[in-house]
Design a protein around this ligand. Structure first.
Ligand code: SF4
Length: 754
């Protein structure tokens, strides 16, 4: 199931009929994005023109990809569905848990040792359920997906925000939480608000020092980190067709940094070349036959402002290399203005480390262009002034660039090759001296540069640029250097200039690899044992949540009345807790520890109504659970905004919270709560929030006739014996009410499988 040409054939066989059906309902020429979205509607979805930015729509994605940190809970949940195999082709990629310290070989050995139980679990669960498993060292999820699985016109969800990378190969690819991945693997539809559409018209052609990375650095500067929210960005124009497929991938990858749902390019010759170059001539042949449906209609691109909600135009011939940062990826500086900006802002001009690679920029083309600069350092007697690291995106790329001599060139320049993994990009970087928190500068070809992301040091000024600019800066060791105009002094005291980078899109001798690191699943996984140690503190098999007891839910203790912002980070913090992502009981010890208690304005301090004492939220809830008493959490506006992290819904469920009652919900979190069998309720009158008192015991009435569009009643039994009765709303539909009754959506799936 990991790669399925039959699945791709099926998508293409149906494309004509589905796009034509979409034409009828939309009744005007279609963008590429609309074609793919309409072609992936869940069966039975009403054929109607959906309202962009408003309609919630069920989709049927073709694939699921998961990285190792997020796959753990997604797969533990999937096991609950009771299916013998995943419903769509799916893969797991071990890339996030490898720490960069001493170089690829040692770091990989350390990771294999430290994360053994997680890897063993992921390998065995993949083997059992028909999921392709990419071992540690095989590469970074998005590069491996681009090389092996992405296909034009497809739809994929992935448990990582940079899943969007596959838009470079014409796919609608969207980052989601583990619960969504679990649903799709279990055969359920996947819901998305129909996105708005931003069109980016690219004219001209890249040249000199400018690369595909500079397109997205420029777009990030225009749209800012929020400008793409709720939108899909569709690139088109002659400039788009001139970009390599992997360059397109870089642009789509970093579309996550403008908040875009995803980004996409239409199918073209460059994509066909890449498919053939990566051993998928069969996919290219199939795509050629339906090429007309794998790009937007001509009328759309001829008059984009009539079809997109926003249009941006960039002339690649005039585009300068960009450097974005520090601390945010949308602070965009053209190279010609960067030195002055560094001086004016007082950012440390001395460059400590240049880091190239990551899922964003580790293609053959990227490495070859960066190596052409590194070679010049060697040839022109320049000694790199900054440290320099290379993170290949996949073993296939690493092996091929090694064979072709590029790693050797980097080695001569003093570069250190790290494991084919996320490493410094996700803070898995044991950077020497970072704990001193000194002010310093680094530059990377990654995508995110928020404070502390790379090395945990809040004073590290991190900048983002193309690999070739990063390499040039690493040689100069100086952020005020401009490789286009400035010279460097070499070891002989001569002034030398770096020539423009030269690159090769695809290896002339083809890609090669000895062991790509892929493990195919068993044909019949029924006998395969999933490996989880009972004594593990990182992994724990899930038990099904209990079904609803069939009565109103009464005598609930108020656990916390959260004040103000309560994001998924407040509900289930990240940071040190990430290592418990596969262990629901352990990670539940972070439940709501970031939320502010309305009554004392403190975090992680609530009154235990059984003892009258104040204690940590998780400990207080565990006391209620031990006493067999349910509880309720009350919150403010937009409760649960932030990430789609399912732990924020699973933890309260696990610890015995029965309902979350708030002024309003962030929709994804609300849906996650419903999926887990929780009651997600909103005050019919938001002012009733003020009626909640610290010692309240609360009843929820009306559940025996729980129905869509029918409010429930909540009774607040105050300590002084008085009562308030308030109306609460909900958005459960009939299906979701069944989830509640069964104790969770997975319980329903399991029942239907048996
Ligand atoms: S390389 Fe960086 S951006 Fe890419 S998947 Fe890993 S952590 Fe995420």
């Amino acid at each position: 199931m990991a790669f399925d040409i039959e699945m791709i054939k099926k998508v293409y066989d149906n494309l004509d009929a589905k796009v034509n059906a979409a034409r009828k309902v939309v009744n005007k020429p279609l963008t590429l994005t609309e074609k793919i979205l309409y072609a992936h509607l869940w069966d039975g979805q009403a054929s109607t023109a959906f309202e962009r930015g408003k309609s919630y729509v069920d989709f049927a994605p073709d694939r699921v990809a998961m990285q190792d940190a997020t796959a753990q809970m997604a797969l533990l949940q999937f096991m609950q569905a009771g299916r013998p195999q995943v419903a769509v082709p799916s893969t797991v990629h071990c890339d996030h848990l490898i720490q960069a310290k001493e170089g690829a070989t040692k770091d990989l050995a350390t990771a294999n040792n430290q994360n053994k139980e997680v890897y063993d679990f992921l390998a065995s669960v993949s083997n059992k359920y028909g999921i392709g498993f990419w071992k540690p060292g095989a590469g970074i999820i998005h590069q491996v997906v681009l090389e092996n699985y992405a296909f034009p016109g497809g739809m994929m969800i992935g448990t990582d925000s940079h899943t969007v990378n596959a838009g470079g190969l014409g796919m609608v690819a969207i980052g989601v939480g583990g619960a969504d991945a679990c649903d799709v693997m279990a055969g359920l539809p996947w819901e998305l608000k129909f996105p708005k559409l931003i069109g980016v018209k690219l004219t001209g052609k890249l040249s000199g020092w400018t690369s595909a990375k500079d397109v997205i650095l420029k777009v990030a500067g225009i749209l800012t980190v929020k400008g793409g929210t709720g939108a899909i960005v569709e690139y088109f124009g002659e400039g788009a067709n001139s970009l390599s497929c992997t360059g397109k991938g870089t642009i789509c990858n970093m579309g996550a940094e403008i908040g875009a749902t995803t980004s996409i390019f239409g199918y073209d010759v460059k994509m066909a070349d890449y498919l053939r170059g990566t051993g998928r001539a069969d996919v290219a042949e199939l795509a050629d036959k339906v090429a007309v449906h794998l790009t937007g209609d001509e009328e759309v691109y001829a008059n984009p402002s009539a079809y997109f909600d926003q249009v941006i135009e960039i002339n690649l011939s005039e585009l300068e290399p960009h450097i974005n940062g520090p601390f945010t990826p949308d602070l965009a500086w053209p190279l010609s203005k960067f030195a002055a900006a560094v001086k004016e802002a007082g950012w440390p001009a001395k460059l400590e480390v240049g880091l190239i690679g990551s899922c964003t920029n580790s293609s053959y083309e990227d490495i070859s262009r960066a190596a052409s600069i590194a070679q010049q350092a060697v040839d022109k007697n320049l000694v790199a002034k900054a440290e320099f690291t290379i993170t290949p995106g996949s073993e296939q790329v690493r092996y091929t660039v090694d064979r072709d001599g590029y790693l050797d060139i980097f080695g001569k320049m003093g570069g250190v090759v790290l494991a084919n993994a996320c490493g410094p990009c996700i803070g898995q970087w044991a950077r020497h001296g970072a704990e001193k928190q000194e002010k310093n500068s680094i530059i990377t070809s990654f995508n995110r540069n928020f404070a502390k992301r790379a090395d945990g040091n809040p004073n590290t000024h991190s900048f983002v640029a193309s690999p070739e600019i990063v390499t040039a800066f690493a040689i100069a060791g100086d952020l005020t250097f401009n490789p286009v105009t400035d010279t460097l002094t070499n070891e002989k005291g001569e002034q030398v200039r770096l020539d423009e980078p030269q690159g090769i899109e695809l290896p002339i001798k083809g890609f090669a690899v000895e062991d790509a690191g892929y493990q195919a699943p068993a044909e019949d996984g029924s006998k395969v044992q999933v490996l989880v140690s009972e004594t593990s503190d990182r992994l724990q098999l899930l038990a099904p949540f209990a079904a609803w007891e069939g009565t109103d839910v009464t005598s609930l203790k108020l656990l916390i009345k959260a004040k103000g912002k309560c994001t998924t980070d407040h509900i289930s913090m990240a940071g040190p807790w990430l290592k418990f992502r596969g262990h629901l009981d352990n990670i539940s010890n972070n439940m709501l520890i970031g939320a502010i208690n309305f009554f004392n304005e403190k975090a992680d301090s609530v009154k235990n109504q059984l003892t009258g004492e104040y204690g940590a939220v998780p400990a207080t809830q565990r006391a209620y659970k031990a006493a067999g008493i349910g509880s309720i959490v009350v919150g403010d506006e937009n409760y649960g905004e932030g990430s789609s992290r399912e732990h924020a819904a699973m933890e309260p469920r696990h610890l015995g919270v029965r309902a979350i009652l708030v002024k309003s919900f962030a929709r994804i979190h609300e849906t996650n709560l419903k999926k887990q069998g929780m009651l997600a309720l909103t005050f019919a009158n938001p002012a009733d929030y003020d009626k909640i008192q610290e010692d309240d015991t609360i009843d929820i009435i009306g559940l025996t006739s729980f129905a869509a569009n029918t409010p429930l009643t909540v009774v607040l039994n105050h300590k002084d014996g008085s009562k308030d009765e308030i109306k609460v709303n909900h958005t459960y539909n009939d299906q979701q009410i069944e989830w509640f009754k069964a104790g969770g959506a997975l319980n329903i799936i399991r029942a239907s499988v048996k």
